[in-house]
Design a protein around this ligand. Structure first.
Ligand code: HEC
Length: 229
């Protein structure tokens, strides 16, 4: 607000304008007025734009996208949580053994028959195959399953809720015997539903590979014995 004292000519003669500034706008004043007008126009365009059906649809799409499991996030999790280290058979590469990504996440190769495991003497407790997909220990012999979306031998018939249920229950197929080592199920059970769904969404994008992984062989009298697959 203008202070009446400040503009009282008798008190502050030096401030007395020769003519009222409002009647003779300076070029700078005109620029300010133009800027204000264009700001108003821009605000109006934004306002009407926001309420147009196209905008509303785009906003709704964005919201839905935020709740859809992200394949990129799933890939990131699979690549950092080491799923390929056990679920992809290893081959010999230029720098030593490495996962054979042409068989990514297809599990223990069906044609790689493993002889019965002879467990080492303690304190050695367990052993693994050169393919890094079969493991024998006090729990029995486990084979990393096929995670590719093949309908018959992989995860093709699963949905994301079924996938999450495996990690929540820590049971084979979500309701069978306990999942055995070395699958780090006690760590992965801490993943959020969102991250597990993202992992599943990524698995869905893999080329399906037909590969029937052998069944779990329980240790005689050990945990999981008799539970079957
Ligand atoms: C250290 C090795 C290892 C790592 C790392 C690993 N797995 Fe496993 N996984 C296994 C083995 C071995 C089994 C079989 C366990 C059994 O038979 O009880 C298994 C079982 C599973 C099962 C259970 C399948 C079913 O039918 O119930 C799922 C699902 C699975 N793994 C997904 C994953 C995902 C996803 C990752 C990465 C986030 C991962 N695994 C990382 C070794 C591993």
């Amino acid at each position: 607000m203008l202070s009446p004292i400040r503009f009282r000519p008798s008190l502050r003669p030096s401030l007395r304008p020769s003519s009222p500034p409002s009647l003779r706008p300076s070029p700078a004043g005109r620029e300010r007025a133009l800027a204000a007008a264009s700001l108003l126009a821009a605000a109006l365009i934004c306002f009407t734009g926001l309420h147009s059906p196209a905008r509303a649809q785009a906003a709704a799409g964005k919201k839905a996208k935020g709740t859809t499991p992200s394949v990129a996030r799933g890939k990131y999790l699979v690549m950092t949580l080491g799923c390929n280290d056990c679920h992809t058979p290893f081959k010999m590469g230029a720098n030593g053994p490495e996962p054979d990504m042409s068989k990514a996440l297809s599990g223990h190769p069906q044609d790689l028959a493993m002889p019965a495991a002879k467990l080492p003497d303690m304190p050695w407790a367990w052993m693994g195959s050169a393919s890094m997909t079969a493991f024998a220990g006090p729990w029995g012999t486990t084979f990393a399953p096929n995670l590719t979306p093949d309908e018959e031998t992989g995860t093709g018939a699963w949905d994301e809720d079924f996938f999450v249920s495996i990690f929540r229950s820590k049971k084979w197929m979500g309701s069978g015997r306990p999942i055995m080592p070395p699958m780090p199920i006690d760590d992965y059970t801490n993943l959020t539903d969102g991250d597990l769904k993202a992992i599943f969404a990524y698995l869905r994008t893999l080329p399906p590979i037909k590969n029937k992984v052998p069944d779990f062989i329980p240790a005689a009298g050990g945990p999981g014995g008799g539970g079957g697959q």
